[in-house]
Design a protein around this ligand. Sequence first.
Ligand code: AMP
Ligand code: GLY
Length: 422
Amino acid sequence: MRILVIGSGGREHALVWKLVQSPKCKKIYCAPGNAGIAKLAECVPIKTDDITELISFAKKQKIDLTIVGPEFPLTLGIADDFQRNGLRIFGPSKRASALEASKAYAKQFMQKYGISTANYGTFTDSQEARAFVKSSGLPVVIKADGLAAGKGVIICKNEADANAAIDAMLKREEFGEAGRRIVIEEFLEGEEASFICISDGENVLPLASSQDHKAVYDNDQGPNTGGMGAYSPAPVVTDELKERIMKEIIKPAIAGMAAEGRPFIGFLYAGLMISNGVPRVLEFNVRMGDPETEPLLVRMRTDFIDLIEAALDGKLNKMEIRWDDAVSLCVIMSSRGYPGHYTNGIEILGIEEAEKVPGTVIFHSGTALKEGKLVTDGGRVLGVTALGASYAEAFGRAYEAAGKITWDGVHYRKDIGWRALK
Ligand code: AMP
Ligand code: GLY
């Protein structure tokens, strides 16, 4: 098969890495890819949201299957457009992608189908939003309705902070279109987990569990990022809890989307807050997570093309996903300043030495080649991922490898996996 992967991050590097292991994969392209992906796939300089160009490329290269990594092209309707052009693509339709594109839609959907989530209100008027905050307890969580690259969620401990967040979104429009409508919700306590599933629109299979680390600094301090590291499985998701999540959250969501005339065919990611063994949904994403994909795919034993084809053919009920017994852990190495301002183009040293650490795969999140040298090209730069017989072993390997990599301004957390190690 001739395959096209869309995206340029660590998630897409992991997807390509996994896809090329399939005997069915004869040729693979990635648009636009990065320097790490370029070692496994032919990278083509087409932006992820240039759907017209992607369709014409897929036709010209006779692509048999396209797999979409990030949410943005999905919310633009890339799956619908490819299908209209007779091209096979895996990812939810524009209408199904509303689960991530609009938090107000997702909340209302969850309410309608009895899926447990924080109490909330939706607002476009700042006076009404302020009144809601006054009448609800603190802290509150204020969210831009639309896509905001992981920056649209503000946790407010007091009323003044909440009013400032409301004004930033609704009055000053600092979040643009995404923040013209906001969701204000109850603050939930507990432990987070990422629960990612694959669905054919009717049947749904869970992947292994994982846990992300959103804050930029150790001990979960500092601003939230796209994710500073992840591991799989997450011990907080026991077998019993997994069954409960499938029964109370995932299956009702898939059935609900079908009932809404928006069948969900793709990866459904539930970001969960687990408190005293009770799971509640913080958000839905309509794609795999990054960095969760990296530790997940190094553990997956099932052929990825078989899995995607089963989903596209509506046959996930006949499929089983097999996993390595080993656990895995991924440490994100990032640019100084991320998630704020940072500088690109800084030479990265030591990757070859790091790759020699047993059980380790180094996925590139934001790298490029400049005059033959590997340089930084993004806030998140590398995802150093290791397998181990125990969390301690995976942790030791990932950090041994990370310790061999240097550049001017490298930053990474030193405590990825602390909950599992405890
Ligand atoms: P979201 O994009 O909705 O997942 O929000 C990003 C992060 O904000 C989550 O991973 C949580 O750490 C935090 N968060 C979001 N909603 C809530 C909530 N209702 N209670 C507590 N923390 C939340
Ligand atoms: N790691 C969080 C996300 O992919 O949304």
